[in-house]
Design a protein around this ligand. Structure first.
Ligand code: KG4
Ligand code: ZN
Length: 411
């Protein structure tokens, strides 16, 4: 459904090419267009999309390489990099789509949740852009955008269950409409991507020849392929809590203690690559996957019990950076197969942060006429913004026992 137009041509070149120009012009005139801007964490992203979900042009600047070197995201550095790149990224997205700002119907920008300093750059840029071009502004909730991205790729009707797992978030929600979510569970401490990033740093995976450019989660997935997931039997988190909340800090602590023990046994300094690194990666990944699967299984049973999911084609949507992990996807497939749900995961490039998902959320809101502000209205960003109505305590009260599922995953 999505068409990429990455010609790399400037607007002047397109003017000379009458066919390209005409088709871009026709498209732009026949559909409302939204510019989406994302700066909530460490990606500066922009995209122009038409009302049907066709991506006319996009651009993405990732800060990952810088943050890998500094050993994690330093908010002031992230802010500086967003500041340096946002103008170019938006201009590139506009040029690649061959449209002028005057042709836009609205600008949609992530304003919550995220890093305050990063959100601030996207919002400041967007507010001055909409003022200059006198365009409506659509503030976007980052997690809402992750949840809705799948609808850009295929028709998925509400309500559906959604699992969002990334470096900053871990939550389960029922999506009932584009701005109507029931929060079933969320992390009590840190997100799975964050835990894997920290363990990868503790293991110095940046020194590993196969992992030097990978995020922590990607490195763990890669090394786990050659590891024994049963070698280190980490305790699954929150076994005695019959809710849908997550916790990854305790698991990270267990992994760190194992790393320390192994360093002592092998007689090496912290920071040296351990010989059992693949087994640690596989064991951690397996425990993360099992924890996520168990909470998701409980969320499915809760929703079914309350009649919250449709009887025809009930669906679980999984998104966020950690959703690119194939082992975690396969584990979730075992849960959806056992419960009769349809599992949908957008391709990896749409699971991680980008401008496209923000533009799509803008399109969804524009279509329904929801949350569209005049360019004259001022608005603030909000670093901590929960998604939807919190019913996590109701889920806990239900105390649903989840039947044991054998997680036999073949790579
Ligand atoms: O959604 P995202 O791009 O940014 C936010 O956190 O919002 O997700 C990035 C996170 C990082 O923590 C990264 O380590 C993790 O997603 N990640 C993965 C994989 N790819 C990215 N975790 C596990 N397996 C992967 N293949
Ligand atoms: Zn994200």
């Amino acid at each position: 459904m999505c068409t990429y137009i990455k010609t790399g041509l400037t607007r002047v070149h397109l003017c000379l090419n009458s066919y390209l120009w005409k088709s871009a012009f026709t498209r732009a005139m026949s559909s409302r267009l939204v510019l989406g801007i994302e700066t909530s964490c460490d990606e500066t992203g922009a995209a122009v999309m038409d009302e049907t979900g066709v991506i006319l042009g996009e651009s993405l600047h990732s800060q990952k390489e810088v943050h890998l070197k500094t050993g994690g995201i330093i908010p002031t550095i992230a802010q500086q990099l967003h500041r340096e790149n946002i103008g170019r990224v938006v201009q590139e997205a506009m040029e690649r789509s061959s449209i002028f700002p005057s042709q836009l119907s609205a600008v949609a920008t992530t304003v919550k949740p995220g890093l305050a300093l990063s959100l601030g750059i996207g919002l400041e840029f967007s507010l001055s852009f909409v003022k200059k071009h006198q365009k409506p502004f659509i503030p976007i909730h980052h997690m809402e955008a992750h949840a809705l991205t799948v609808r850009m790729l295929q028709p998925v009707l509400f309500p559906f269950l959604v699992l969002l797992v990334s470096g900053g978030h871990s939550l389960l929600a029922l999506a009932r409409g584009i701005d109507d979510f029931l929060l079933l569970g969320q992390t009590l401490d840190e997100a799975p991507g964050d835990s894997m990033d920290k363990v990868a740093r503790r293991l110095s995976l940046i020194k590993h020849p196969r992992c030097s450019t990978l995020s922590g989660g990607q490195a763990i997935e890669l090394l786990a392929q050659d590891g024994d997931r049963l070698k280190f039997p980490f305790r699954p988190p929150m076994g005695a809590h019959y809710d849908c909340n997550f916790s990854f800090a305790g698991l990270r602590n267990q992994v760190t203690m194992t790393i320390q023990k192994k360093e002592r046994e092998e007689g090496v300094e912290p920071g040296t690559l351990l010989s059992c690194v693949n087994d640690i990666a596989a064991s951690m990944q397996h425990t993360v996957a099992s924890h996520i699967a168990k909470r998701t299984h409980r969320a499915v049973l809760f929703c079914k019990d309350r009649g919250l999911l449709p009887s025809v084609n009930p669906t679980l949507v999984v998104s966020g950076g950690v959703a690119s992990n194939q082992y975690i996807r396969k584990t979730l497939k075992i849960v959806t197969d056992a419960t009769g749900l349809h599992l949908l995961c957008p391709p990896s490039k749409f699971c991680t942060d980008n401008g496209v998902m923000i533009a799509w959320n803008g399109v969804e809101r524009l279509r329904e006429g929801k949350g569209i502000l005049p360019y004259t209205e001022s608005i603030n960003y909000d670093p901590k913004a929960p998604l939807g109505v919190d019913i996590t305590s109701k889920v806990k009260e239900a105390a649903i026992k989840v039947p044991l599922l054998k997680l036999r995953i073949r790579d």
